[in-house]
Design a protein around this ligand. Structure first.
Ligand code: CMX
Length: 427
């Protein structure tokens, strides 16, 4: 039996028992109440989901299985995927096993490339990625097993198969989309000698004489891997999978949400903001110039991309990790210097404006400048990189959800008429 599967098979009975007894003893205890403002306001802050892969305390930022993400900055994405699934970092042997297993699964059927080739040449890379994932649905091991018939207790096993196949093949699709969409020439095949991020980096064909771009890809894949389960991409993946749609359906749906400018697309918007600033000021602006520019920008009704967060109330530790990378490898680069300058000025402006609950940078505020520095200048592609990483988190969440028998998601909606009657009724 494969090692990761064996490990999960050992863990799952105890997890099921723990949840069963929590529900039996405390199932009726309330952990949240819902105001009318929350019902109209994107359900912000309502505790109505359980996610064990990661947590985002507003005052610290992302913890993956309890470990601050900053402490994982030197790890491999494969290690983080194992951690997300099992709650433990793999030892050397388990890591080797997982890497070998994923290597065997690095395959993309030919029909996927045909589908992508048939799409309009100016399709958004996110649309191409998500179409490719959806087109691969026929590969789902879960769906085949489900059609044959299996017990509910076993659902997690073919879901793990799908998750491993997806995590192994999505980097190949993403890099293929990059080469295809931006006229970079033939696809570069996966190199079985390389680990996931080094292979992912080389498949893009970016010149990388010192291996720094590969290091950036490793960091990028680790930092974006998971962010609890209430965000649009994770919640959508979970909702779709809860109908027992397989992971190809669910992930494609979730990543369609990541393609929105308030979510994953913010990284491309953010770099655009930085490059516009550079053009406008013909270089790095002074603090005073940037302060005035930011106010003028806000006064046109636009948001400052890369700043603010629905949950966080501190500088995102993932931004810190990218900032440290930039300080180490490209501190002289004017685009990176503008990112640093924005960090000096914008939180103060947002605090003065007093609207954003979180005036601090999120993960998207700095990553684009680093990609740009290494020659990846196609901004439309950045959310695809985010997707390759986020696939690990949402797929791990889906395996666990199947293991604990999560039912179909079905919150109750009410009408505005119902709310009007409710508020008119004396308490
Ligand atoms: N610039 C200007 N105004 C901002 C702002 C920003 N960066 N962030 C929040 N605000 C405004 C909101 O637009 C809202 O204004 P209105 O009351 O006029 O509608 C007000 O502040 C309150 O918003 P909030 O409760 O602080 O933030 P939300 O939870 O509603 O939204 C987010 C969170 C991320 C969508 C928002 O901060 C934003 O639009 N940021 C810029 C885009 C961005 O960086 N997105 C990436 C997020 C990371 C990710 O999920 O991938």
């Amino acid at each position: 039996m494969p090692e990761l599967k064996e490990k999960l098979a050992e863990q799952i009975p105890a997890i099921r028992e723990e949840i069963k007894s929590l529900l039996k003893e405390h199932g009726n205890k309330s952990i949240s109440e819902v105001t009318i403002a929350q019902a109209y306001g994107g359900m912000r802050g309502i505790k109505a989901l359980v996610c064990d892969t990661s947590a985002v305390p507003p005052e610290t930022g992302l913890l993956i299985r309890g470990i601050p993400v900053g402490q994982l900055a030197d790890r491999l994405p494969e290690e983080v995927f194992y951690l997300l699934l099992t709650g433990e970092l793999p030892d050397e042997e388990s890591l080797k096993y997982l890497q070998a297993d994923l290597r065997k699964r690095r395959k993309v059927p030919d029909y996927v490339w045909k589908v992508l080739n048939a799409m309009p040449k100016d399709s958004h890379p996110m649309c191409m990625l998500n179409t490719a994932i959806l087109a691969m649905e026929k590969e789902s091991v879960f769906r085949k097993q489900y059609d044959k018939g299996m017990s509910k207790d076993e659902y997690w096993i073919p879901t793990l198969e799908d998750a491993l196949n997806i995590v192994a093949s999505v980097p190949i699709i993403a890099a293929g989309v990059y080469r295809m969409r931006f006229g970079k020439g033939r696809r570069i095949p996966s190199n079985p000698k390389l680990d996931m991020s080094a292979d992912f980096a080389q498949m893009h064909g970016i010149k990388d004489p010192n291996g720094e771009f590969a290091k950036l890809m490793r960091l990028y894949l680790v930092l974006h891997s998971d962010h609890e389960s209430g965000n649009v991409s994770a919640a959508t993946t979970h909702t779709v999978a809860s109908a027992l749609s397989d992971l190809y359906y669910a992930l494609s749906a979730g990543l369609n949400g990541l393609a929105g400018p308030l979510h994953g697309l913010a990284n491309q918007e953010c770099l655009k903001f930085v490059l516009d600033l550079k053009k406008h000021f013909k270089g790095v602006p002074s603090n005073e110039e940037l302060y005035k520019f930011s106010w003028d920008w806000l006064n046109t009704g636009k948001v400052i991309p890369g700043y603010g967060h629905a949950v966080l109330r501190v500088t995102d530790p993932r931004f810190d990790a990218f900032l440290n990378f930039g300080k180490t490898y490209c501190s002289e680069d004017p685009v990176f210097q503008i990112v640093e300058k924005i960090f000096d000025v914008v939180p103060k402006v947002l605090m003065e404006q007093g609207k954003a609950k979180d005036p601090w940078p999120n993960v998207d505020a700095g990553s684009g400048a680093l990609l740009y520095y290494y020659g990846m200048k196609e901004l439309d592609y950045y959310t695809v990189l985010f997707s390759v990483s986020r696939a690990m988190g949402v797929c791990a969440q889906a395996v666990i959800a199947r293991a604990i028998g999560s039912p179909i998601v079905r919150p109750k909606s009410v009408t505005t008429e119902w709310i009007k009657k409710f508020v008119a009724t004396p308490a």
